[in-house]
Design a protein around this ligand. Sequence first.
Ligand code: ADP
Ligand code: MG
Length: 667
Amino acid sequence: MTLNIDSKINEIKGIGERQTSLFEKLNIFTVKDLVFHIPFRYQDTSSVISIQEFKELGKGTFLAKIDDVKTTYFRKKITTVKVSDENESLRLTFFNQPYLQKVFVKDDIYIFDAKISEKGSKKNIYNPKFEQFKYDPNNQTHLGKLIGIYPETSGLSSRTIRSRIKTVEENIEDFLIDPLNTKQISELEIDTLSTAIRNIHFPKDQNDVDKAKERLSFDEMLKVAIRIEKENLKREKQKAKAMNIKSKDINKFIKNLPYKLTNDQNKALEEILEDTSKVKPMNRLLNGDVGSGKTVVAAITILNTIKNGYSCILLAPTTVLAKQHQNTFDKLFEDTDIKVELCISSNKNISSYDNKLIIGTHAILFEKTLPKDLNLVVIDEQHRFGVEQREYFKQKNGYTPHYLTMTATPIPRSLTEIFFGGLDVSEIKEKPSNRQDIKTYYTPALKRDSCFEWVKGKIVESKFENQAFIIYPLIEESEKLASKSIMTEIEYLKKKFKGLNVEYLHGRLKEKEKNSLLEKFRNKEIHILISTTVIEVGIDIPDATIMVIEDADRFGLAQLHQLRGRVGRSAKESFCFVIPNENVEKDSPAEKRLKYFAQHNSGFEVSEYDLQSRGPGEVYGLKQSGIPLFKVADIHDTKMLSKARKFAKKLLKEDNSIENILENLFR
Ligand code: ADP
Ligand code: MG
């Protein structure tokens, strides 16, 4: 029976039942899965040294002749192999591999890659890597060349994975379908897919690896690019209602604000109004720092839309935030005749009036009676909304509304390209001028107690004008995680803050209880609010000036920044304390991350740092966010994305093989 790309791996020679289940642990079920299991790094064993040099260096790759093999069965099975070259000899020790007794034949020549372990004056070489010498590096599979190191699982080493791929290597050309044709490949100046796959596993040099990666990244990026360009194409055919810029109303509104707009706010506003004056629906991302004042920019856009005679929808990620927005907009639009309606799960009734603002959660996505004159959708604190939900708002009369999406935390440029590739981006980096930096302190676990003393003093000293948040990663103690929780700490905190009103808020509370606690906090009936990250996004309580985050190492920096953004929302001096868990060691990456955070106030800086040091998966939770998980491509490689987008655009225009291409693209 001949193999094909969809053959089960147990049809490959050498893969039995036991190994099949090990491969399955790595999500490898078919030949295709196997050849697309990509090394995550390479080890260069191509420079071979003499045994003498090996002894001096303590590690390396050397050639040696087998002199003698002996296996003893005392407690452990130990195979001792004596080897030599022209000048020196060595003794190698293998544990529990008695079959090696038969593998090593006297006078055969092997390549070894090994390390000398020293224990006192004793030097030993345990379980070295080995492969019979084949006189030509092209014939070597494991040593004497650049070799791939794979994601492994216990019982399945890179060596075994490499061997199994080697078994099917010859067939790769026959059974891999290249999604791109010869002409396209030569125009793009990239490897064919089979060359790339062959070279990613068995490169002759670094250049082979680089070229192979380039091809595979291109394929990965092309998938994203086709999605982006398809969306763009669709949007080019869509029509929104073009709107005038109602300068008189806008200027009056701005003049009535208790503050001056920042330059970045003004610039974003200009870009938005320019977009909405066109028939092509706006699709803009307002990428702004926490507290940079995105809401008022949205408000002016909404005002302009309504003054043009159309309706708007403002989507918030939670009910709490929808209600907060309702309050904010009621106040902002106090002197106007704009109608604001709330639509949340407990109150879904939308009136039949035209020319209004509806504020709500995604519950309204499923509402059937959307205003017929809808011409603007604002999505606040994007993170929880997928792009696909936009489709809901397509109008029956053939019109599509303009879209404005606001980020919850600043998203680094490299990510917006991939995540929101089809969107235009306005950035608000500047903070309102009355704002001071939030003084942030890295507070070692040992100083936790005195930190709380200080917080208490500060609140009392302000005559209970200032308020504090204390944040925990968990509600209840967890057996799995040695992490603090609200429930384990509440008694301690109540004692510590005796005389102050301390309450706690968490995601398991009913909506009503949550709202009433927040209301009490807003009215200063509560001095210290203890919470999980339900408080994370958007909550605006200007007199809260102190933020304490416990087990801060458990949070990503973007999330910490979002939490820190809950204070410093007025001209008052504000403070943030990040306290790591006791287990966080000195000079550990976790400590470094938190110290970096304490020294940087810009959300763009901290999210970039987190992205660089931990990768997008850790930072944004790839599954929820819709960011593609690349195996080979670098998410920061905007050049590659542009190349792929250009190609995708051409494909979509000229080539109808696109479905076939998509079908066969690498993941
Ligand atoms: P975010 O961008 O995080 O959504 P908000 O829109 O909630 O921030 O704004 C935070 C606070 O800053 C609000 O209380 C708002 O009234 C205020 N604000 C907005 N713009 C300015 C400005 N230009 N000057 C001073 N305060 C401002
Ligand atoms: Mg906001």
